[in-house]
Ligand binder design. Structure first.
Ligand SMILES: [Zn+2]
Length: 161
């Protein structure tokens, strides 16, 4: 077991148990994935909805806003962004960068088993839209969130806004 690797400090989980609440008439196993994404030293999860016959979309909480105690939910749509989901892929790069086995990563994320890790995700440049929320602007003044990344095979890399 490797103990010298830097472990993530935080996990951003959003909608609780993926088995609840989004079933509808769809086969959840095919229509929903929660890929694991590594950004700096944080593990994020992105909720991806890929209903048959429709464009997929995803929800992600901005980790930069979370640092500042805000919850900014970003929606990413396939028609607006380059998005690629490989439903059955394991997050190999994330596990490697964290120095964790899939079992360790699944345990860290409080998943029942490693199957919950499945989901390879790449998204073209996305940025936090927090500045566009007029309610937040009233509450927090003129500050804006600078979070801007490209997600490449489950690794989020900072890019200029
Ligand atoms: Zn943000």
């Amino acid at each position: 077991m490797m103990t010298s690797q830097k472990k993530p400090k935080e996990v951003f989980q959003q909608f609780g148990d993926p088995g609840r609440g989004y079933v509808g008439q769809y086969n959840l196993n095919n229509a929903f994935r929660r890929p694991v994404v590594l950004w700096e030293d944080k593990v994020l999860t992105v909720d991806i909805y890929a209903m048959p016959g429709t464009k997929m979309y995803g929800h992600i909480y901005c980790p930069q806003c979370a640092r500042n105690g805000r919850q900014s939910l970003l929606t990413v749509r396939e028609e607006a962004k380059e998005m690629r989901l490989e439903p059955d892929a394991m997050p190999a790069r994330v596990a490697k960068q964290l120095g964790m086995s899939y079992e360790e990563l699944a345990r860290y994320l409080e998943l029942d088993n490693v199957e919950g890790l499945r989901g390879g995700l790449s998204i073209g440049k996305i940025g936090c839209t927090w500045e566009e929320d007029p309610t937040a602007r009233r509450s927090f003044g003129l500050a804006t969130c600078q979070w801007s990344v490209v997600i490449d095979n489950n690794i989020a890399r900072n890019v200029p806004r």
